[in-house]
Design a protein around this ligand. Structure first.
Ligand code: SF4
Length: 698
């Protein structure tokens, strides 16, 4: 039946960090179609997720009432992780009862153990205002910095290296800068799948003659448009990038003037990089010395070169080192601070940039201001009227470890699904199961909610007002399009009710009031008032004045470091934590797929998307399939030292010999039962991109 829209509302896509602006058509209180709008990041374009992934909002599986765990439900540690109806373990409750129980349990643990007993995961799917309120609630209410979110699992290592090297964790140029570039490097990123609209800009630039270098251990469609496609050995990024730096230095392709004016650490790099000749690194990374030389020359001598990267770079125990190499390439050649140049870590979730900016991380308050600085802390103590924790909090994986060591005993999780997204799921789910008190606020009964004591039914993106900051640093307004189902409530109002039950005396008369309080602590938003956002719809931060456009290109003159200079940090080879051996001879890597987004909680409930990719698959090179005596399409078991999952075998020539690829969006076969929780020491990000595995018939 043809449905005619009664109303069309301007909003923003809820999925990836590209931040496409949308027009949402609504009839009978339901979304009936989504079109692209002329936003700065998408110019009317949308990908399959943005266009067809909207019906999760009206899914019959939406949580519509507060739930409390039944007294006769199985203990959380005894829950079978199969598809049985976990709703049976809960009873419906009134909001009053659920909020009392939620806040009461958190308060009891705080009174028993202080801040060390409590932690919170906020969400990059929520708005900036919700991220701000969530970190404020944990810091003010429980006097702890144990608050984190999914950035820890995606670009934490990028942010660590960028803060160290150039004093800012955000991109220095938007991805659309491809239009001005002469040379683009895309490394460890698969924008055609994960940032599809950004990929269109990269491909268009390549078609117009911009040189494209794609570096990825797995082949990908973007390589068809590339001048160089480097399928390097997994986990050898530093070897490959240091060889490129070696060429830049030995062939004197660097920019001496730029270095003298803006960069520290060049002499140390010069010394350290000597041994990383292309010939020495060729057997390590698998890329020929001549190719490494050509790529180095192309990047360094092009008038304007830009680097894009993704989780293939960041999710390693040497993730921070990988990004240090990329920063060193940009700083030695002066390929930063001008149109068509720069460093761009492509952000995963639609608001991971904004949630990080808003302080939803354990080391910093809003705008990346250190919790360890007495001056900064006293500003927030004065504003919030409480003594705050002077010590950095624990990160995502550290929180799980601490629970099992008997430390943290109560958690508040809003819109995150660590029971699917954390590495080594048996360990993570055991940790969730051993909490004394778990409050989960979400729109679905997620795998994490299975473990909860109290579940608070929350709002989907399309049901509430809020701002979201995309990978380009563009702050954009998302608007309510449809009503919330049943008794579900906007997340920010739930946070206020919890805060007031903790005695924090919060009062906000709406989202703009929260935004303005957040802005009072964030210099980056100084000239971007709520009124301006309402007027312009999207504004890039930072903006120099209330009436001038934001700065798309940053750091032309200086960096926001103590002395205004950038810093090169040389790196050594650090092998992946778990190498293949006789028992586990293959390399397993995990990631996303075009149709499904992250843990699949939303896209698996979007009919069109789930119809295209309905079942868990492991991809393997067709030759390896033959050698292993397996058949395409058969059920196989993939196993690592941490667990085993059963799924369907798919042939994929892009997967190199000796590798397996498993997407992490399928609850029926959670890839993260297999992954290695070993952390990068700086960014504290787990090594999702490399562990030893084996495969056999199921
Ligand atoms: Fe949404 Fe990202 Fe696709 Fe744009 S590219 S429509 S933001 S998922």
């Amino acid at each position: 039946r043809e449905i005619f829209a009664e109303e069309t509302i301007d909003s923003v896509c809820p999925f990836c960090g590209v931040g496409c602006l949308t027009s949402v058509s609504v009839a009978d209180g339901r979304i009936v179609s989504v079109e692209g709008r002329n936003g700065p990041a998408n110019e009317n374009r949308l990908c399959v997720k943005g266009r067809f992934g909207f019906d999760y909002v009206s899914s019959p599986e939406r949580l519509t009432k507060p739930l409390i765990r039944r007294d006769d439900a199985p203990k959380r540690g005894d829950i079978s992780m199969t598809l049985e109806n976990h709703l049976d373990f809960f009873r419906e409750a009134t909001w009053e009862e659920a909020l009392e129980k939620a806040a009461g349990g958190l308060k009891a643990s705080f009174e028993a153990k202080g801040g060390a007993g409590v932690a919170g995961f906020g969400s990059a799917k929520g708005s900036n205002e919700e991220a701000y309120l969530f970190q404020k609630l944990i810091r003010q209410g429980f006097q702890t910095n144990n608050v984190d979110h999914c950035t820890r699992l995606c670009h934490a290592s990028s942010v660590a290296a960028l803060m160290e090297g150039i004093g800012s964790g955000a991109v220095t140029a938007p991805f659309n800068a491809a239009e001005d570039a002469d040379c683009m490097i895309v490394i460890g990123a698969r924008p055609e799948q994960n940032h599809p609209v950004a990929a269109t800009y990269i491909k268009q630039a390549a078609k117009k003659g911009t040189k494209l270098i794609v570096m990825d251990p797995r082949g990908q469609g973007l390589m068809r448009h590339a001048d160089y496609g480097l399928k390097f050995k997994p986990g050898t990024d530093v070897a490959m990038l240091n060889a490129i730096l070696n060429v830049i230095i030995t062939e004197e392709l660097y920019d001496s003037q730029y270095i003298a004016a803006h960069v520290d650490g060049f002499e140390t790099l010069k010394e350290k990089i000597r041994d990383f000749t292309p010939e020495a690194m060729e057997p390590v990374c698998g890329i020929g010395a001549d190719t490494l030389r050509e790529v180095a020359r192309l990047y360094a001598t092009s008038a304007k070169s830009i680097i894009y990267w993704g989780m293939g770079v960041s999710q390693h125990v040497h993730g921070t080192d990988n990004v240090r190499c990329l920063i060193a390439m940009a700083l030695t050649t002066g390929q930063i601070g001008r149109p068509g140049t720069g460093l761009h870590p492509l952000r995963g979730q639609n608001n991971v940039q904004g949630a990080s900016d808003a302080g939803l991380i354990p080391m910093v308050f809003p705008d990346y201001r250190s919790v360890e600085s007495a001056d900064i802390r006293s500003e927030f103590e004065d504003a919030w009227g409480r003594t705050l924790d002077p010590v950095r909090g624990l990160t995502v994986v550290e929180i799980m470890n601490d629970i099992l060591s008997g430390g943290i005993e109560a958690m508040y999780i809003q819109g995150e699904n660590p029971a699917m997204s954390d590495p080594d799921q048996s360990h993570a789910r055991k940790a969730l199961a051993s909490l004394k008190h778990l409050v989960v606020q979400d729109i679905f009964l997620t795998e994490t909610a299975w473990h909860a004591d109290v579940i608070l039914p929350a709002s989907a993106h399309a049901e509430k007002l809020g701002t979201y900051t995309n990978t380009n640093r563009q702050v954009q307004i998302g608007r309510p399009c449809v009503p919330m189902p049943g008794e579900a409530r906007e997340d920010w109002t739930i946070l206020i009710d919890i805060a007031n039950r903790l005695g924090l005396d919060w009062s906000y008369d709406g989202v703009p009031a929260i935004y303005e309080e957040m802005r009072s602590h964030m210099a980056s938003l100084k000239n971007i008032s709520w009124e301006r956002l309402e007027r312009e719809g999207t504004v890039t931060y930072p903006a120099d004045a209330p009436d001038v456009p934001g700065n798309e290109i940053l750091f032309g003159q200086s960096f926001p470091t103590a002395d205004g200079r950038g810093k090169i940090v040389p790196t050594d080879l650090v092998p992946p934590d778990e190498l293949p051996d006789d028992d586990f001879p293959l390399v397993l890597t995990t990631g996303r797929m075009l149709e499904h987004w992250h843990t699949g909680a939303m896209t698996r409930r979007a009919a069109v998307l789930d119809a295209i990719e309905p079942e868990p698959v492991v991809s393997m090179n067709p030759r390896d399939i033959k050698l292993a005596g397996l058949d395409i399409g058969q059920q196989v078991t993939v196993e690592t030292r941490r667990g085993a999952i059963t799924l369907t075998l798919r042939a994929d020539r892009d997967v190199s010999a000796g590798m397996l690829f498993v997407p992490f969006c399928f609850f029926e076969a959670p890839a993260n039962f297999l992954t290695n929780p070993q952390l990068d020491p700086f960014g504290k990000i787990p090594e999702f991109k490399f562990c030893a595995a084996r495969i056999g018939p199921a």
